[in-house]
Design a protein around this ligand. Structure first.
Ligand SMILES: [Zn+2]
Ligand SMILES: [Zn+2]
Length: 276
């Protein structure tokens, strides 16, 4: 494949709610949410969970100078890795940080509020990269580069979260996590983001059996993800935001169950690479 047409996902953190490193989570990984999309030579990062510093180490010598980092929202599991992302300390780099927080908080205010005493020793002014913050409203269409289009939408999550639909080189990838659902219905926003997508990532914190006692947590189930993927005509769906204590054995069994129903389904593992 011509390198400019390359559209690749790398998963740096698939765990939800908080990082979890145990012997029982070694296979699927314990880092919290962080996804890297490569569109040709452009680097787009989505969320800054504990997977982000790991991604940062891998980027130190790869020659990329520009990074766009998008937040779905700023719950701890999606931001805790930010201060440890090495490219932020490289004066040769330009990094744009984007968020569309539902309460109107700006990206800059969010960063300053997160990195402050007594919770953290230093503020975002320690970063030495050229940093630009960008604010948008969920529903806006973003264009971080001429050939990349990103549609955004507000997901159903406490305090709101942004879902993304990224189009590049004739292919589409949807990020739909930190979202809940109403049993018996298909969320039109999720359907819109996932419509005809080549690859989706979806929130599978719970199972349908667990859902009735967790319906207000702002998360969904892999079974609901499959219903949406089938209705939306999506080709493949990767499940993310694994519940904190979900073991490798649990996830392997859930993946087999999902694949028996929908061959394009998988449960995401840290460090997994998937061509969109
Ligand atoms: Zn989360
Ligand atoms: Zn959240």
């Amino acid at each position: 494949m011509d390198d400019t047409a390359r559209f690749t996902l790398k998963i740096w953190g698939a765990r939800g709610s908080m990082p979890m490193a145990t012997a029982q989570t070694a296979l699927f990984g314990g880092n919290s949410i962080c996804m890297e999309l490569r569109c040709g030579d452009r680097v787009l990062m989505f969320d800054a969970g504990s997977g982000l510093p790991v991604a940062g180490r891998a980027m130190l010598d790869d020659g990329h100078r520009d990074i766009d980092l998008f937040f779905t929202h700023c719950h701890y599991d999606h931001i805790v890795g930010l201060p440890f992302f090495r490219p932020l300390f490289d004066p040769e780099r330009s990094i744009r940080i984007w968020s569309g927080l539902a309460d109107g908080t700006t990206t800059q205010a969010m960063l300053a509020d997160f990195m402050r005493r007594p919770f953290f020793p230093v503020g975002p002014d320690v970063f030495t990269a050229r940093i630009e913050t960008r604010d948008f409203r969920p529903g806006d269409t973003l264009s971080p580069a001429a050939d990349i289009t990103i549609q955004t939408a507000l997901l159903s999550h406490p305090g709101g979260a942004t879902g993304y639909r990224i189009s590049y080189a004739g292919r589409v990838m949807a990020l739909v996590f930190d979202t809940d659902h109403t049993p018996g219905t298909l969320d039109p926003t999720a359907l819109q983001l996932m419509a005809g997508a080549d690859l989706c990532l979806y929130d599978a914190t719970f199972t349908d059996a667990e859902f009735p006692s967790h319906s207000t947590f702002g998360h969904s189930t892999w079974q609901q993800g499959l219903r949406l993927a089938q209705a939306a005509g999506a080709a493949r769906i990767g499940f993310v935001h694994h519940a904190t204590f979900r073991s490798d054995d649990d996830l392997t069994a859930m993946e087999a169950e999902a694949q028996a129903l929908f061959p394009g389904a998988f449960f995401a593992r840290d460090f997994q690479v998937v061509e969109v």
